[in-house]
Write a protein that binds this ligand. Structure first.
Ligand code: IPM
Ligand code: MG
Length: 358
């Protein structure tokens, strides 16, 4: 097995380093995983003039899995869109066909005090957002800038889904719901958008193959509201690229901090790219302050989904819980005025918890 490691920018290299410590500790459990590092995002632009250098894409293509940190930073903000760091992530998702983005939002009981929402609203939270990742307004054509008849500048993008794109992500949503509480909520804006009307028709048609899963539909504005009103009503949410981007950031706060949420982006054969859902946090980069747990939990997802080792995934997750249970916190999840530890100390704590975890 081979994993490409793409640290990226900002806090990316620091948090990835901690996940690699965890990987190192797990060696010798009947797994041999080779790793190779390459540049993406601003780092890719610096070394090769492109946010997704050819060599990086080549490595990612031949690897079984990709571990990614984060991309972006103020140094690259003035670049044209095609050269911006974010473009590197979007391009690798598209090139590898990683259409299914799984974003679990799980509140560890040890962190019920870290959410900005009342503890009784978020207690027991365990939901999964299944976000379509290679279509929608992110990739639809045409897009661009033009002048209108009055000579005024206009910017435009195209929201677009084909029936087959909707059906394949719907099936992933149903399959995942089947392994959980068997409830799938499809989120769209079918009261306004043609794309969403097709979305709803296709998801409804796909439901015929999953009579054991209860399907519901919700408009995205209502879903945004329901997520903070009563998040435990959800089991699995399936939605398009743009709505999923927004709702998954919202859901991260239910789980205490965006620094806690991992993600997996899978192709049709479970090849996956694993990354925290948070960004590169340039304001705290290089200061040993970032929370590495979302990246470490992304590694756990890699063991579950690509390497077929749910036992090792569970072991990593168990070690994270143990560390949180011992009261260890990085600044983002610390109690107001309470003590916090740094990125490296958090990584070390997880590694030592792994050693004692059965
Ligand atoms: C995410 C991020 C990306 C997205 C950016 C960095 C392109 O916000 O993974 O959620 O919009 O998909
Ligand atoms: Mg996002």
């Amino acid at each position: 097995m081979k994993s490409a490691v793409l640290p990226g920018d900002g806090i990316g290299p620091e948090i990835v380093a901690e996940a690699l410590k965890v990987l190192e500790r797990l060696r010798g459990n009947g797994i041999s995983i080779e790793t190779e590092v390459a540049a993406i995002g601003g780092a890719g632009y610096d070394v090769a003039g492109q946010p997704l250098p050819e060599a990086t894409l080549g490595l990612a293509r031949q690897a079984d899995a990709v571990l990614l940190g984060a991309v972006g930073g103020p140094r690259y903000d003035a670049l044209p869109r095609e050269l911006r760091p974010e473009r590197g992530i979007l391009a690798i998702r598209k090139a590898l066909g990683l259409f299914a983005n799984l974003r679990p939002a799980l509140l560890y009981p040890e962190l019920s005090d870290a959410s900005t929402l009342k503890a009784e609203v978020v207690a027991g939270l365990d939901l999964m957002i299944v976000r379509e990742l290679t279509g929608d307004i992110y990739f639809g054509q045409p897009r661009g800038r033009r002048s209108n008849a009055a000579g005024e500048a206009e910017g435009f993008d195209t929201m677009l889904y084909s029936a087959s794109e909707i059906r394949r992500i719907a099936r992933i949503g149903f399959e995942i719901a089947r392994k959980r509480d068997r409830r799938l909520c499809s989120v769209d804006k079918a009261n306004v958008l043609d794309t969403s009307i097709l979305w709803r028709e296709e998801v409804t048609a796909a439901a015929k193959g999953y009579p054991d899963v209860e399907l519901s539909h919700m408009y995205v504005d209502n879903a945004a509201m329901q997520l903070v009103r009563n998040p435990r009503q959800f089991d699995v949410i399936v939605t398009g690229n743009l709505f999923g981007d927004i709702l998954s950031d919202e859901a991260s706060m239910l789980a205490g901090s965006i620094g806690m949420l991992p993600s997996a982006s899978l192709d049709a054969n479970n090849k996956g790219l694993y990354e925290p859902i948070h960004g590169s946090a340039p304001d705290i980069a290089g200061q040993n302050k970032a929370n590495p747990l979302a990246t470490i939990l992304s590694l756990a997802m890699m063991f579950r989904y690509t390497f077929g080792r749910p036992d090792l995934g569970a072991r990593i997750e168990g070690a994270v819980r143990k560390v949180l249970g011992a009261g260890l916190r990085t600044a983002d999840i610390a109690l107001a005025g309470g003590p916090s530890i740094g990125t490296r100390q958090m990584g070390d704590a997880v590694v030592s918890a792994l050693s004692s975890y059965p």
